[in-house]
Design a protein around this ligand. Structure first.
Ligand code: IPE
Ligand code: IPE
Ligand code: MG
Length: 252
């Protein structure tokens, strides 16, 4: 089940390590452009950053890491770039799955399954199935993901249950809607990191980030790794989360 601690349970505690870190991995293209390289090489270097980050999250005992790998809007890019990104995703699963499994990493994928080629879907399903009982780190890959699409699909699913007489409209609560999302069972992110200096969500986890702390870093994604992850977490732990309540010192 998802973490549904009430705000008051969380308000009074100083920040400890995040339970869930979500990352918008941005800036591969600019990283490459600054080096006079094709964008494809930026994406390839981005995969190295993914490997470093997964290892670091595991070493830091972070239970959930979500990585935004391809948005539902990224289909609007040139076809050759889409092909590069699809190729990298497939290669990542093929090359890294055994090691992820060995390292006790559970792979989950969120996003729309439609429009994704069958070969990719088969690889995704294989990765999720093989690693489903692993417990050290849950790596959530947001692939062909868009939060508006996710919320729309959840709303449609609930509407179908109502139309079928299995659910009363009054039973549609925020908890019930959360359970209908792709992230069912995954706690909301404590901290969201975006690299490359952009300060926007780009249709990522709109519902789940209601009380998430945002950390925006100037570094491009291919330069990301353990050091910047630790820096972002340090920013997070220095913050005071309130969840609509009062600061701790006011409640003493
Ligand atoms: C992030 O890097 C990778 C994806 C969005 C798939 P970009 O490709 O967006 O890099 P910039 O933002 O153009 O530098
Ligand atoms: C967000 O980055 C999507 C991913 C990182 C997968 P974009 O580069 O697509 O976002 P925009 O277009 O700059 O908002
Ligand atoms: Mg970008």
């Amino acid at each position: 089940m998802a973490d549904r601690s009430t705000p008051s349970e969380k308000t009074s505690s100083a920040q400890i390590m995040p339970r869930h870190v979500a990352i918008i991995m941005d800036g591969n293209g600019r990283w490459a452009a600054e080096r006079g390289l094709p964008r494809a090489l930026g994406h390839r270097s981005g995969v190295e950053a993914v490997r470093r980050t997964v290892q670091a999250a595991s070493d830091l005992s972070i239970p959930y890491l979500t990585l935004y790998s391809f948005s539902s809007e990224n289909w609007s890019r040139p076809q050759d770039e889409i092909d590069d990104l699809m190729g990298l995703m497939k290669r990542f699963i093929r090359r890294d799955l055994a090691e992820l499994h060995q390292n006790n990493v559970r792979v989950m994928v969120i996003g729309e399954r439609e429009n994704v080629e069958p070969e990719m879907m088969a690889l995704i399903d294989e990765a999720c199935e093989l690693t489903r009982d692993n417990t050290r780190l849950t790596l959530v890959i947001a692939f062909n993901y868009g939060a508006r699409g996710e919320i729309t699909r959840a709303a449609r699913r609930l509407a179908e249950e109502v139309a079928g007489g299995r659910l009363a409209p009054a039973e549609i609560t925020s908890e019930r809607l959360s359970l209908a999302l792709d992230t069912c069972g995954i706690p909301d992110p404590d901290v969201l990191i975006r690299t490359s200096g952009e300060c926007r969500l780009s249709n990522f986890l709109l519902w789940q980030c209601a009380y998430t702390e945002f950390v925006f870093l100037d570094a491009y994604w291919p330069d990301f790794g353990r050091e910047l992850l630790v820096e972002a977490i340090a920013q997070y732990t220095a913050r005071e989360r309130r969840f609509g309540g009062l600061p701790c010192r006011s409640t003493a």
